[in-house]
Ligand binder design. Structure first.
Ligand code: NAD
Length: 268
């Protein structure tokens, strides 16, 4: 399986290069990054901290997609996705999207591509977080009614550019879905000053940034006289990378469609 990586010089991209090289049945098809990235022309093996491969970091998305069976995208801004999604659809290649901070245009582009090719999109590719999504939605929010206030707290490293994290929003989505409400209608994404009492049924978010925190998420169900807190802490990006490689291999021979990690991990 030839795996192409968009954002190959990034934190996730470099780890992905190393993980793909170490995975039986997987091969690096190529890696691209911004044309003005200082690592342009560097050997992809060297970037991954391994032996040289003869493949160099480039910036030609079309050539990368052509050479790949599946393309893995960990970039930002998510504008890159708007360029890659039509290319994978046109060339009939699988697409795995880990980039977060997606808006309506990105989700529309993925839905369009998913009519032609298998697309796996997940704001968090770790097994633990995907299990947490099920616990929060299907168990806790479905069992504890709106008299339990839901607050979602997340912390990430100082370089993260989007907030709240894609994972925090995904946790909010499953909680809202379990209550039969729309997250857009119920979300309180920040509070400052005289905000008044907490609206009934609101789903609140709090965002912390600092240091090298890989990713912490806690969902709090606060009732009268008791509080349930469900927490996931990622201590290594390796959990996301393993999930992304697994998702890339999973797309082989898969019917077109928009999939999540729960499909890849067999939670559905
Ligand atoms: P990073 O800044 O280290 O890497 C992003 C890379 O993308 C950079 O090298 C950048 O130059 C490159 N890039 C930007 N625009 C590009 C373009 N047009 N073409 C090619 N490359 C381009 O960031 P990171 O920590 O690797 O995270 C990348 C993304 O992955 C973020 O959105 C982050 O939130 C997300 N993420 C997702 C998961 C998950 O499990 N889904 C886990 C960790 C991070």
């Amino acid at each position: 399986m030839n795996i192409g990586i968009v954002g190959a010089a990034g934190r996730m991209g470099q780890m992905l290069l190393a993980a793909v090289m170490a995975t039986p049945g997987a091969r690096i098809a190529g890696g691209v990054d911004r044309a003005d990235h200082p690592d342009q022309g560097e050997d992809l093996g060297t970037l991954a901290g391994a032996a040289p491969t003869g493949l160099l970091l480039g910036s030609d998305l079309d050539a990368l997609v052509t050479a790949s069976d599946v393309v893995v995208d960990f970039t930002h801004p998510p504008a890159t996705l708007l360029l890659v999604a039509p290319l994978v659809a046109r060339h009939g290649k699988g697409y795995v999207v880990g980039t977060t901070g997606l808006g309506i245009p990105q989700h529309e582009a993925l839905a369009t591509a998913a009519q032609m090719v298998p697309v796996v999109q997940a704001a968090n590719m770790s097994i633990g977080v995907n299990l947490l999504l099920g616990l929060v939605g299907r168990q806790a929010a479905a069992t504890l009614g709106p008299e339990y206030d839901i607050e979602i707290v997340e912390m990430h490293h100082r370089h993260k550019v989007d907030a709240p994290s894609g994972t925090a929003l995904a946790l909010g989505e499953v909680a809202a879905a379990a209550r039969g409400v729309s997250l857009d209608a119920m979300a309180v994404r920040s509070r400052d000053g005289e905000v008044g009492a907490r609206p009934h049924g609101a789903i609140g978010f709090a965002t912390l940034r600092g240091g090298d925190v890989v990713g912490d998420h806690t969902v709090i169900f606060a009732g009268d006289g008791e509080r349930l807190e469900l927490t996931h802490k990622a201590s290594s990006r390796a959990v996301f990378v393993r999930g992304a490689v697994r998702a890339a291999l999973w797309t082989k021979g898969r019917a077109p469609g928009l999939y999540g990690m729960r499909h890849v991990l067999g939670f559905v």
